[in-house]
Design a protein around this ligand. Structure first.
Ligand SMILES: Nc1ncnc2c1ncn2[C@@H]1O[C@H](COP(=O)(O)OP(=O)(O)OP(=O)(O)O)[C@@H](O)[C@H]1O
Ligand SMILES: [Mg+2]
Length: 477
């Protein structure tokens, strides 16, 4: 096999794979376990130090899942207003489509993919580069990795007459108002982010009376987890509410014609939003006692939603049997493994896999090529820094070797703590930009190595510099 480094002039010559699994460097055993686990719908515990690709693996796993087959809806229960009814409907073609924009009315809740493209970009749902959808809390696109640009103003207007009224430039708008012409009529439309996968859309025919809140709540059914929502749900440091859902408080409770009907106040938990998808829990041991609820949800594949604030009117409401048939991807730092509930670990071991990710790999030509490919990927993903010369790639590889020795005590090895190594590449790139260079040179990498050390290391370094000569004069500029 010929080495990638041989004959390489710059990292621009390397073509990065589009497939998310192929972009994962140095974790081949974990990749193959995860691939077969997802096909069999097994749970996975990913264990290892920070920044070695645990989240990347979980995201890649999501690409293997077939689209969901069910939509979870809630229906008003006239006999017991505080016990809304769950309907998990299989899709039946176009019949299931939500709130068509046809009547002189409003669409109550819609999924992000039903929004006009301009709106979905502004609200942080859609990537302006590749058009993929993801939750607004995700700052970059899950498909192409581009930073989401929510300040995009396209010329391609919706129905030819679409105009934005809100021009506030902020990362992702929660509410947005526009004037739209639909079938020759002018509407004043308000989009309001209700959850990460639902947007409340209120339309008012210009010249007509405003649609009142009361009319809005007259709907007897709503979508809790939509058909086209992204079912990769990431949770970290979860609260009860985030994980299991909640019921909003209404001072009038579910009283007919006064308060908001109970089914409209239900907030799904991450476990429900991940139905038929992947629930990714970062540092699962940090869930503490909530782990037992997670375990119950995994066993029963359904979990009730109830109000958690005992003083709120939501405490009186309960929705039973809300489906939550997810695949759990949990991550855990090696030293926190004892914080995982033994019953949860046993469940994962019994119905899935525990995978240990490595923090280093052997130093050989093949693995040096992998680091080279990683550098090229990093430059491409960043989009703001130049590519690296061959000499600077070799310098990064030397740093990777030093890191394996210093952090893992491994000789003749290369680090797989690639988040940190990526940080070094980005700093080197920034320095090259500062110097107006077309390519990142070896000196940039050397200077970046100093800058990329944590402040504690810099402090140590400067103290030692006071006592002796600088470690390497070239490093200081
Ligand atoms: N094995 C890898 N292959 C390619 N890139 C990687 C790898 N590991 C880390 N990276 C780079 O580092 C970034 C962070 O990786 P990731 O979020 O998957 O780490 P993590 O293990 O989930 O960390 P944490 O424990 O802090 O959540 C990625 O976006 C990617 O750029
Ligand atoms: Mg992570």
């Amino acid at each position: 096999m010929t080495s990638l480094l041989n004959g390489l002039e710059t990292t621009a010559q390397i073509e990065s794979p589009k497939n998310l699994f192929q972009r994962i460097i140095g974790q081949d055993p974990a990749v193959s376990i995860v691939q077969s686990a997802v096909k069999q719908r097994r749970h996975v515990l990913l264990c290892g130090v920070p920044g070695i690709g645990k989240s990347m693996l979980a995201k890649a796993a999501y690409t293997l899942l077939s689209p969901p087959t069910q939509e979870i809806r809630l229906r008003k229960n006239p006999e017991q207003p505080d016990r809304p009814i769950v309907v998990a409907s299989q899709f039946e073609g176009e019949q299931q489509k939500l709130d068509e924009v046809s009547e002189n009315n409003f669409a109550l809740y819609v999924a992000p993919d039903r929004l006009p493209v301009d709106v979905s970009i502004k609200m942080g749902f859609r990537c302006s580069r590749c058009g993929s959808l993801s939750v607004p809390s995700e700052p970059s696109c899950v498909d192409c990795g581009a930073t989401k640009r929510c300040d995009w103003t396209g010329s391609d207007s919706y129905h030819g007459l679409f105009r934005m009224l809100d021009v506030v430039q902020e990362p992702a708008l929660r509410t947005l108002t526009s004037l739209e012409d639909i079938a020759g009529m002018s509407y004043h439309v308000t989009y309001e982010r209700y959850r990460d996968n639902e947007i409340a859309v209120t339309r008012r025919l210009l010249g007509n009376n405003t649609v009142s809140k009361m009319e809005k709540t007259a709907h007897d059914e709503r979508v809790l987890v939509g058909r086209n929502t992204i079912r990769f749900i990431r949770v970290s440091g979860a609260s009860h509410v985030e994980l299991l859902g909640d019921i909003k408080h209404d001072p009038y409770g579910s009283a007919e014609a006064l308060g908001m009907a109970a089914h409209l106040r239900v907030i799904p938990g991450a476990i429900h939003e991940a139905h038929e998808g992947i629930l990714y829990i970062d540092e699962v041991s940090a869930l503490g006692p909530h782990q037992s609820h997670l375990l119950t949800a995994m066993q029963d594949r359904s979990y009730p939603i109830s109000g958690h604030n005992p003083l709120g009117s939501g405490a009186a409401v309960r929705v039973d049997n809300v489906p939550c048939d997810f695949i759990l991807f949990a991550s855990c730092n090696t030293e926190n493994i004892s914080g995982i509930l033994p019953a949860l670990r046993s469940r994962i071991r019994g119905y899935g896999y525990e995978v240990m990710l490595s923090s280093w790999m052997k130093k050989n030509a093949e693995n040096e090529d992998k680091i080279t490919r990683f550098i090229s990927q990093t430059v491409e993903e960043d989009g703001k820094i130049p590519h690296l010369t061959r000499g600077s790639v070799e310098e990064v590889i030397r740093v990777a070797e030093r890191m394996a020795t210093q952090l893992d005590g491994q000789k003749n090895a290369l680090t797989l703590r690639l988040r940190e190594l990526g940080g070094l590449v980005r700093i080197a790139g920034d320095l090259a930009v500062q110097d107006d260079e077309q390519l990142v040179q070896t000196t940039h990498v050397k200077r970046a190595e100093v800058l990329s050390k944590g402040i504690d290391m810099i402090d140590l370094c400067s103290q030692s510099c006071k006592r002796t000569e600088p470690l390497n004069k070239d490093y200081f500029f």
